[in-house]
Design a protein around this ligand. Sequence first.
Ligand code: ADP
Length: 392
Amino acid sequence: MSKDTPDPMRFLVRKVDSANRVDGILLSGSIKHGDSVITVPSGQQTSVMALEQNGNKVTSAEAEANLSIDLTYSVKLLEGDVIACAENTAEYADQFEASIDWLANEELLPGRSYRLQTITGSVDAVGSRLKYRLEGEQQIAANTLQCNERGVGNIALTSPIIFDPVLTCGKLGRFQMLDKTSGECLAEGEIRHGLRRASNIHWQALDVDKDSRAAIKNQTPRIIWMTGLSGSGKSTIANLLEKKLLAQSHHSYLLDGDNVRHGLNKDLGFTAADRVENIRRVAETAKLMLDAGLIVITSFISPFRAERDMARTLFAQGEFIEVFVDTSLEVCEQRDPKGLYSKARAGEIRNFTGIDSPYEPPEHPELVLDTVNLSVEEAADRIIDYLQKQTT
Ligand code: ADP
């Protein structure tokens, strides 16, 4: 039968590599970079970010192609699911009307349970009612089908399947009926149309979450929590680290005293209570930024173990990377980049960490950077290496 409209795009997922990358076969239609697509049955809308055919990047592909697809957002997909063009999606239901070519010697028994096999998988099926038998174009009343007879009837499934009417997509519209015990093929069929939408299908809006925000940035969000004495090198290393991340097209944000103490935390001083509150607010802000999909670097003395541990508890396993910038008080005091140690020694500044306020070094940091033996460059590279090892 000829059709005026082009075949709708249908892509069968054969392998899920990640939440936004899948391998599979283009069953019908064509696909190109930027196309708006919908996942079936999860019903999430996303778009095509990149296509690969035989390991080569391509901008478009035609039916029958084996492809890897990168999607713009993370979606819920399983092997056997379908990605369809957003404007004309595939169906998902547990009942349809079909034409059946009966091939077996024993007759079709409406009411018996058979195995129904489609390109997306298999499910138990019962031929609920035969409507008629076809002799050429003629419809003849019938309750059963004998070998080599064709009929039309309704089929009910124990769970919904993804399909199309055969005229919409031949590959998603054909099925076989198998004997459940022997696996023998008893019939071949073509779906004419769905009868009832499965009640458990929701064409829900895309859930925008941390994973999808991170996926669009092509990165794994992390908190790089730098701790150490004043003058140990936190800000210097953090600044270079951010430049290096930017050069690798990563999206990051550096939270440090300058942008926090002058705004969000300008009401706080340096008493122990204020330091605790300072770190609590920084940790909560970092958490929001992580949720936005960013790699967040925090550069605060954060002298108390309890607050750093509290910050760690806000994040999932592996997300929080505590980096101890380990520089002795003597070296920090010699460097004294802001002249603060000499002021503290002169009694002009109170509660100065290392002088008259304690610093509690981390017990189990993910990384220790000894800035006496490492250059700024080497220290930043250590963090980059750590991030890379963690994500491979
Ligand atoms: P913090 O942010 O920890 O208070 P800063 O980064 O502001 O420390 O200051 C550290 C000072 O130490 C800077 O003047 C920096 O140039 C100097 N410095 C010398 N060697 C290193 C190193 N290996 N790593 C980091 N900083 C270093």
